[in-house]
Design a binder for this molecule. Structure first.
Ligand SMILES: Nc1ncnc2c1ncn2[C@@H]1O[C@H](COP(=O)(O)OP(=O)(O)O)[C@@H](O)[C@H]1O
Ligand SMILES: [Mg+2]
Length: 229
């Protein structure tokens, strides 16, 4: 469904991505792991249309999406959950969901149902200010919001970053619930989380994919994964 072929991308004269190729097949949960500065966010931005690669091609459901504006790419069914975890903190959780439901013409009841299906506890928080949620709950709200328009592919940037161990488990459960229902490309540095959920892992280093891992026994071998970083 998503095919990234040999892309390079730069900020000004600084080239950050070098000949990146990857594939996400329908229903797959694919991870990108790598240290800070490896270029993981730049890769997601390039797929989502916030940065245009200088060479290569990106196709989604067999159509070229490279060079399209981010709104067009979103309309084609790709949703991007940014690394910054920003919610509308002064608004309630419900209002945050309403803002996501309106542009995709989904009723608020259906939108809430969608989020409840991955995280039933959200019902208790609907009238709370989104800014009062914990980091993990905010992350789940953002993932839930991205699901409202029934995307075909979700890009999620570092869902467990900065979260306490107990909360990471909540995210793990949410992602496990979503697995197979929507295709996902997830940037994640927590190799335990990656090993538990991945169908495929791309290890990234200095703007390049240095390894593709498809074998479950290798995905759960943390020491081996760490060697690739
Ligand atoms: N907006 C930007 N302008 C210039 N350089 C950037 C920008 N964003 C990221 N970079 C640089 O690109 C490289 C890759 O960054 P990034 O994609 O954010 O890595 P990661 O997400 O793997 O931590 C880093 O060297 C970073 O300093
Ligand atoms: Mg990043």
């Amino acid at each position: 469904m998503l095919s990234v072929n040999n892309i390079d991308a730069s900020y000004g004269h600084a080239k950050v991505l070098h000949a990146i190729s990857l594939k996400v097949n329908s229903g797959e949960m694919v991870f990108i792991a790598g240290r800070n500065g490896a270029g993981k966010t730049t890769l997601l931005k390039s797929i989502a249309g916030f940065l245009t690669p200088s060479t290569g091609s990106i196709t989604f459901d067999d159509s070229s999406i490279m060079g399209l504006p981010a709104e067009k790419i979103a309309l084609s069914g790709i949703r991007y959950v940014f690394q910054d975890k920003r919610v509308f903190s002064q608004l309630s959780v419900k209002e945050n969901l309403e803002l996501a439901a309106y542009p995709v013409k989904v009723s608020i009841a259906d939108a809430i149902q969608k989020v409840v299906s991955i995280y039933p506890k959200i019902e208790k928080f609907l009238n709370l200010r989104a800014g009062s949620l914990s980091g993990g709950q905010r992350q789940i709200l953002l993932i839930g919001r991205a699901l409202i328009g029934n995307p075909k592919l979700l890009l999620i940037d570092e869902p467990t970053e900065g979260l306490a161990a107990g909360t990471i488990n909540d995210i793990l459960n949410v992602l496990a619930t979503m697995k197979g229902k929507v295709s996902m490309l997830i940037v994640e540095q927590n190799l335990s989380v990656v090993g538990m959920l991945a169908d495929k892992i791309y290890m990234m280093k200095e703007g390049k994919i240095v390894q593709e891992i498809n074998e479950k026994s290798e995905m759960t071998n943390k020491a081996k994964l760490e060697q690739c970083l």
